[in-house]
Design a protein around this ligand. Structure first.
Ligand code: BF8
Ligand code: SF4
Length: 657
């Protein structure tokens, strides 16, 4: 085995301290025996830079880089005179830009695909959900009655293109925003024009010598982030549903035990569903299935990881091997015959681990080449050219497997795929699909509120621990949890995404879950599908009884183990939309500064949400529940009370009175 340059002379990893995922721990022990290094080892041996951690440094020009003192933040300024607030706000802005760019570029790719499917240039994909196409078009004011499908769909394409290219005005999905929330945005000047404009302008503003007022920078951050949440991410979700189908709940298998020793195992890891959709075709291609059998395999086993996996398991029942901090560990099984990746959250460290186990690591997207990986470019007009090649390479590796295989025998089954449409149907039934039962149960106190628990895993935290402890505490307190991203996989591995997990919930939530037959923890999709949460909270406002804006709702959000700039963009669009959003791990802003006060307090005073920060799961839960209770109190529903339904006799009595 080719060993990578590891561990000698370095701090040894305390495996039990870095993960609660048993499969990952087992693989980290094997990695140690095999002399293989992972991000866990590197994190243990690389202290986070103490100045960068607090965002107290600036390298936006070459008079610097300038370092300020986080312990005494107003004692110094940069060479240009920039204050700590300017420096932190600009750094924050760059993270929002990068995160928003990632989601909006993904969404734009989906929109390009939609256009080329419609105009016939791409023939390997089709429109799986034309009904949703009509509904999305109608939701933004496109005429749909008595028109040809193609005409409506093309109008939708052109309208949604404005999400990116529009230079003035409001992005199309601003039409979906609750009226009072939109009014706040207009008053604050934060309605996004177009994503390209907002991201470009924010890059400009945050360069040396431009925007040097943290409040003004924050406004531009909100516009760029909202162009992600209500723009790029929402386009990605809606168009993916139109092209590939809207998810509905399905039982899926999660964890490394989904790998099969006697099959050709292929993992797809990344974010864009088009690659994975084509993989599903390739692994079912009779000639390739036969080739796998000729190589001695019982079949081809396609498995997802990270957000790609989340897009796919609810649409095709494809099993899922794990979240972000398990992507190197899964290769250590020796059972992965190929790993295909596209964009985002692909650690460069995968190259060496894959090399150690002779697993082909195949990059497929022109945006993401990795030195040492094989690049097989994916083209939407010939998707199988790429995905068939991944299968062929995997079969080749299977045939020549030369090292022992160890697959952790752990499989968890969960129910996932709670799209906004399905939540509507599930609660209201097919004849009266609506959010009224959810709102009623919040008003009567059976459900205390709703929490979004989302985001990454991060080797600076014990993997999955904060996600799981936090969610357990929330549901025990009757808070319904909705989830996206790697967090959802943490909870699936902990067994909380099953209807049976209702017994862990408080009495009110338990009763609702048992009546409806739903888990207390609802997986709604990948990170771009946080837009489904925006739609869900919008429906809660529009259904009535819980205030006039998203900021009035008894809801809160959290990314307790975040690591990505994308999470910062998501956090900012939730905050700007009106949601109290708590982050864990670390927060790149010095406490006690004006910028900190602005994000953690003043935005709420202006009718938006606000940021929060805590590391311990119980502290996070306490903050979120306190916020939910504060909103309940403001709505006058702080005392749990049954909603009394009036019958006809009551009405007559009232009218007579
Ligand atoms: O978009 S939760 S580690 S995989 S950034 Fe990445 Fe974080 Fe996972 Fe998906 Ni989201
Ligand atoms: Fe230093 Fe100002 Fe240049 Fe930043 S922009 S590196 S604070 S001189």
């Amino acid at each position: 085995m080719a060993k990578n340059e590891i561990i000698s002379g370095k701090k040894e990893l305390d495996i039990n301290a870095v993960t609660t995922c048993d499969a990952t721990a087992q693989m980290l022990r094997k990695a140690r025996r095999d002399g293989v290094e992972t991000a866990f080892d590197r994190a243990a041996n690389m202290k986070a830079c103490p100045i960068g951690k607090d965002s107290a440094c600036c390298k936006h020009c070459f008079m610097g880089p300038c370092r300020l003192n986080a312990k005494d933040p107003y004692s110094k300024v940069g060479v240009c005179g920039a204050t700590i607030d300017t420096i932190m706000a600009r750094n924050f802005a760059r993270a929002v830009c990068a995160g928003s760019a990632a989601h909006t570029d993904h969404g734009m790719g989906m929109l390009d695909l939609f256009r080329d499917v419609l105009n016939g240039k791409i023939k390997d994909y089709g429109i799986k959900n034309p009904q949703k196409c009509i509904e999305v078009a109608a939701s933004i004011g496109i005429e749909t009655e008595d028109r040809e499908f193609y005409d409506v769909a093309m109008d939708l394409y052109h309208e949604l293109e404005r999400t990116y290219t529009q230079v003035d005005g409001e992005i199309p999905f601003a039409k979906r925003v609750p009226a009072k929330t939109l009014e706040t945005w207009r008053k604050e000047g934060i309605v996004p024009r177009g994503a390209m404009r907002e991201i470009m302008e924010l890059m400009h503003r945050s360069t040396m010598g431009v925007d040097q007022h943290y409040e003004n920078i924050t406004k531009a951050c909100s516009r760029a982030a909202l162009a992600d949440g209500w723009g790029g991410s929402m386009v990605a979700t809606e168009i993916s549903d139109i092209l590939f189908g809207t998810p509905s709940p399905v039982a899926v298998e999660v964890n490394m035990g989904v790998l099969k020793e006697d099959q050709v195992n292929i993992i797809i890891h990344g974010h864009e569903p088009n690659l994975f959709e084509s993989m599903v075709e390739s692994v079912n291609e009779p000639t390739l299935v036969q080739a796998a059998k000729d190589a001695g395999a019982k079949g081809i086993n396609l498995v997802g990881m990270c957000c790609s996996g989340l897009e796919m398991f609810v649409r095709h029942g494809v099993p899922h091997a794990g979240n972000f901090m398990s992507t190197e560990a899964v290769l250590v099984t020796g059972a992965v015959d190929a790993m295909g990746v596209d964009v985002q959250c692909i650690k460069q460290g995968l190259v060496k681990v894959a090399d150690c186990y002779k697993t082909p690591l195949i990059t497929t997207n022109p945006r993401c080449h990795i030195e040492g990986a094989t690049h097989v470019e994916f083209h939407e007009h010939d998707p199988k050219g790429c995905t068939d090649e991944i299968v062929i390479q995997a079969i080749g590796r299977f045939k020549n497997r030369s090292m022992p295989i160890e697959i952790p025998q752990i499989v968890n089954t969960g129910v996932h795929g709670f799209s906004h449409e399905y939540i509507n149907y599930m609660l209201g039934g097919s004849f009266r699909a609506s959010y009224t039962p959810l709102n009623d149960n919040i008003i009567n106190g059976r459900i205390r509120g709703v929490a979004g628990v989302v985001g990454c895993t991060n080797p600076r935290m014990k993997q999955d621990y904060v996600h799981v402890e936090l969610v357990k505490e929330l549901i025990k307190n009757d808070v319904l949890v909705v989830q996206t991203g790697c967090s959802q996989i943490a909870l699936a591995k902990a067994g909380l995404t099953t209807p049976e997990a209702a017994h862990l919930a408080g009495p009110g939530l338990k009763e609702v879950c048992e009546t409806v037959g739903m888990p207390p923890v609802l997986g709604v999709g990948a990170c771009v599908d946080n837009s489904r949460i925006l739609i869900a909270v919008t429906e809660m406002v529009k259904t009535g009884g819980l205030g006039d804006s998203i900021a009035d709702l008894p809801v809160a959000g959290c990314a307790p183990e975040f690591m990505s700039e994308k999470a910062i963009a998501i956090g900012q669009y939730f905050v700007a939309s009106g949601v109290y959003t708590v982050f864990g791990v670390t927060f790149p802003i010095v406490e006690g500064t004006k910028f900190h006060k602005h994000l953690f307090q003043e935005l709420e005073e202006r009718g938006m949400g606000k940021w929060g920060f805590a590391v311990d799961p119980h502290d996070i839960a306490a903050k979120m529940i306190a916020h939910i209770d504060k909103k309940r109190k403001a709505l006058g529903i702080d005392k749990a009370r049954e909603r009394v339904l009036m019958d006809m006799a009551d009405r007559r009595d009232m009218e007579a009175a």
